[in-house]
Ligand binder design. Structure first.
Ligand SMILES: Cc1cc2nc3c(=O)[nH]c(=O)nc-3n(C[C@H](O)[C@H](O)[C@H](O)COP(=O)(O)OP(=O)(O)OC[C@H]3O[C@@H](n4cnc5c(N)ncnc54)[C@H](O)[C@@H]3O)c2cc1C
Length: 288
């Protein structure tokens, strides 16, 4: 197996164009498992670890641009205050070792419906930066996932970054698994309140062929949340939100859980994350 070792994005894109079957390797926490179990035997690996630009984050046009290889541990420590939803999701990934190596770029590359960054990226209107020798295109997270473990990347393309708007309100993420750490999500849910726009974003994980938003549930909250006089939320509103989130999913029965358990758990997580986020919003509104 050839090992391609570019030192810049331009070099990496030229190598990917010349060898489209080369498999990019960032943290390797998915790729190495596949190689070790012989699930994949690519002709070449394209190592992204020597490319400094992919390991940095910055602010571009008011959004946080996270290089594709920035590991979860740095998202937690360096971006936790600006991107709280993504940081909470990052804290639930694997173990310290996996969080030190694994990246959001790799999560997007793998495009597993159970990937933990996806619900948070969907809820916050993140945009994926994709590059090739043909140019750069920006794809909203909502359009990025196209099937089970499939995304919109063409064979000559690489993910170079993900752009996430800084939080303007409370954000939450919740994940159900058989234990608290080192676990693939049975299902997961993220919510982001955007008080300035009187709008809510959501993301569902591990309960459909792709990560997805609960659009009807979002519209319901956009119409019903009392942004101007933030009282506690009526139980009926919480309950309806949970029902609409559960309805948005199309889960299957598998070794990790049944479809009906997943729908139930999603409704519970939706109610809980909304009440946590709304309590935080009320506290901040009362302080203002
Ligand atoms: C023990 C263990 C526990 C885990 N726990 C979790 C968990 O709790 N939650 C979770 O979501 N995941 C978990 N994972 C999976 C994995 O850690 C994540 O998916 C991680 O985000 C992958 O990032 P990486 O940088 O290691 O990607 P890699 O393994 O390097 O790559 C993953 C895929 O993305 C492609 N890729 C990588 N970078 C790019 C790029 N820039 N452009 C295009 N394609 C690219 C690769 O070719 C590959 O197909 C776990 C894995 C292990 C081994």
């Amino acid at each position: 197996m050839e090992f391609l070792n570019p030192g810049s994005v331009a070099e990496a894109l030229a190598l990917k164009a010349a060898t489209p079957a080369a498999v990019p390797i960032a943290g390797g926490t998915d790729v190495m498992v596949e190689l070790n179990f012989d699930h994949r035997r690519p002709p070449a690996l394209l190592n992204l670890n020597r490319i400094g630009e992919l390991h940095t984050h910055s602010t571009v046009d008011g959004r946080v641009r996270i290089g594709a290889c920035v590991p979860y541990s740095r998202i937690i420590t360096e971006l936790g205050s600006v991107l709280p939803g993504l940081a909470i999701a990052s804290r639930t990934v694997g173990s310290p070792q996996i969080r030190n190596r694994g990246s959001v770029g790799g999560n997007l590359g793998a495009a597993s419906p159970a990937g933990d960054s996806h619900p948070a990226l969907l809820a916050t209107d993140a945009v994926v930066e994709i590059a090739s020798t043909r140019g750069v295109r920006m794809v909203p997270a909502n359009d990025f996932y196209v099937g089970v473990k499939r995304n919109v990347l063409e064979p000559d393309e690489l993910i170079t970054a993900v752009h996430v708007p800084p939080a303007t309100g409370p954000q939450q993420f919740s994940k159900v698994g058989t234990r608290n750490a080192m676990v693939i999500a049975v299902c997961a849910f993220a919510i982001a309140l955007h008080p300035e726009q009187k709008r809510v974003g959501t993301g569902i994980g591990s309960a459909a062929p792709t990560p997805l938003r609960a659009c009807e549930a979002e519209e319901f909250l956009n119409a019903e949340l009392p942004w101007g006089s933030p009282d506690g939320l009526p139980d009926s509103l919480n309950r309806r939100f949970g029902e609409l989130v559960a309805q948005a999913a199309s889960p299957i029965d598998d070794v990790r859980g049944t479809a009906s358990y997943r729908r139930h758990a999603l409704a519970v997580m939706a109610r809980r994350t909304l009440s946590w986020a709304w309590s935080e919003y009320r506290r901040s509104a009362q302080c203002a």
